[in-house]
Design a binder for this molecule. Structure first.
Ligand code: SAH
Ligand code: SF4
Ligand code: F3S
Length: 443
């Protein structure tokens, strides 16, 4: 790291895939001689890794990019790059819409970044939004940006083939590709050697992972077990699972391997069959419930979370009530809730009118949130008196005397630090709780 090396500031929005991708980008740029810095004021290049999932995600990022004008005034040579999903969705148009942007790079073109930065330095337009059928960055060892973290991400698939009618991801991330298991295992082992205690295997639809070559085929449950066995001292998590691909085989692998966390994020989106059909989710309410029952049967005590959004095309009060009923039935520990945001380019944009009024969407969203808060609180209250193994992730923000960590079920728990260090496992009894946090004491 020389003092006169160029400095890169990376800012990341969106999902965990983007967090993982930013580490790939950091690694590519470090190999090109850049130093990653934590203060944008000193940067020669700022890259913003962006998200297009809902309109408000893009609005927020645009505000951010416009805010860089001040920095550009102070340092006219400063280069701003927009990378990731928004770069892919908008392409060239971004140059016209956002005057501060010098570089535009889509999620499959990061290998080209060093070249594009050089082009931009020469005052040329620098853009690559080519999608790939094969790129998995399998030879890049991601730079871990947050060195204090004990938990890392490893992408196992890229892209998505599901084309849910409302969703922009298949257009911004291209076709689904599964990464070579050998390179996945190598990266997981690298995390382990660096002292990480937990890894989350990532993909838009992880359980559709399948890697084929001329001699063999590796499925998701097989990969999950290979990872669990290869790093017995690490906790394993994975996200996101699609209900249509949630197999009993996967559930049995989780039940069998102690180091695979008992937690599944299983987005339901809606409780109404007609809405699910319009969303092209490829399952029914009955199928979803059957998957939840299978989880409870095969992995007793498993934590479950979900994504749900209201106000999609033609969603009636009756449809919405079915979502509410499903939430009451499923009793998710946690749910990420949204209102439908129409995305240009999707099937729904072209064919399914965005016909639920904004005030109705808002009211439905608030109703879901109130209900889910109550369910989360009740679920947490049900944990009082139980003992959980907790991986300690950090010092509590409220008190230096306390640490926080997560249970296998992914619940955050705070308890007195005593002799414990970050990265330790502790058995903790739950004493009290809020809707978001358990509070306990090590036993
Ligand atoms: N691959 C994951 C989720 C990716 S996006 C899956 O299939 O479950 C994360 C969540 O954003 C989705 O689960 C969905 O609930 C929400 N979402 C996606 N597109 C949306 C849109 N156009 N409007 C509102 N919410 C959306
Ligand atoms: Fe989007 Fe559906 Fe793919 Fe998830 S599975 S990323 S919601 S298209
Ligand atoms: Fe957003 Fe792209 Fe992830 S649209 S949610 S950053 S895949």
């Amino acid at each position: 790291m020389s003092n006169n090396s160029k400095k890169l500031f990376l800012e990341t929005y969106g999902c965990q895939m983007n967090v993982a991708d930013s580490e790939v980008v950091a690694s590519i740029m470090e190999h090109d001689g850049f130093t990653i810095i934590k203060t944008r004021e000193e940067a020669d290049v700022i890259l913003v890794n962006t998200c297009s999932i809902r309109e408000n995600a893009e609005t927020r990022i645009r505000g951010r990019v416009q805010g860089f004008s001040e920095l550009k005034k102070k340092n006219p040579k400063l280069l701003i790059g927009v990378i990731g999903c928004m770069a892919e969705r908008l392409g060239e148009k971004l140059f016209d819409q956002e005057k501060n942007v010098n570089i535009i790079v889509g999620p499959d073109a990061y290998m080209d970044l060093p070249l594009l930065v050089k082009k931009a330095e020469n005052g040329e337009k620098a853009i690559n939004v080519e999608l790939s059928l094969t790129e998995t960055y399998k030879d890049i060892c991601p730079s871990r940006i947050d060195e204090t973290s004990i938990s890392g991400f490893v992408s196992i698939t890229r892209g998505c083939n599901n084309f849910c009618t409302y969703c922009i991801v298949p257009y911004t991330r291209g076709r689904e590709r599964s990464r070579n298991p050998e390179s996945i295992l190598q990266e997981v082992n690298d995390l382990s050697e660096k002292g990480y205690k937990e890894v989350t295997l990532l993909g838009q639809n992880v359980n559709s992972f399948v890697f084929k070559n001329s001699i063999s085929e590796v499925s998701f449950p097989e990969l999950l077990e290979m990872v669990a066995i290869s790093v017995p001292n690490m906790r394993i998590r994975f996200a996101t699972s699609h209900p249509k691909d949630m197999s009993d085989d996967t559930l049995r692998v989780i039940a069998k391997n102690d180091n695979i966390c008992n937690f599944i994020h299983l987005p339901v989106q809606s409780g109404s069959d007609s809405v699910l059909k319009d969303m092209r989710r490829k399952y029914t309410q009955e199928w979803y419930k059957n998957r939840i029952e299978a989880i409870h049967k095969i992995i007793p005590g498993c934590g479950i979370s979900s994504d749900i959004f209201c106000g999609f095309h033609n969603e009636s009060e009756e449809d919405f009530n079915q979502t509410i009923e499903l939430m009451k039935w499923a009793k998710f520990d946690l749910a990420y809730m949204f209102k439908y945001s129409e995305r240009p380019g999707t099937f729904a944009y072209k064919n399914l009118a965005d016909n639920v009024p904004e005030d109705v969407k808002q009211r439905r969203l608030e109703e879901m949130i109130v209900l889910q808060n109550q369910i989360s609180l009740e679920n947490n209250q049900g944990d009082i008196g139980k003992v959980f193994e907790v991986l300690i992730e950090g010092i509590s923000k409220r008190s230096e005397q306390d640490v926080y960590g997560r249970t296998s079920q992914n619940k955050v728990i705070v308890f007195p630090k005593k002799e414990y260090k970050i990265g330790d496992l502790a058995n903790v009894i739950v004493k009290t709780c809020t809707k978001a946090t358990l509070v306990g004491e090590a036993v």
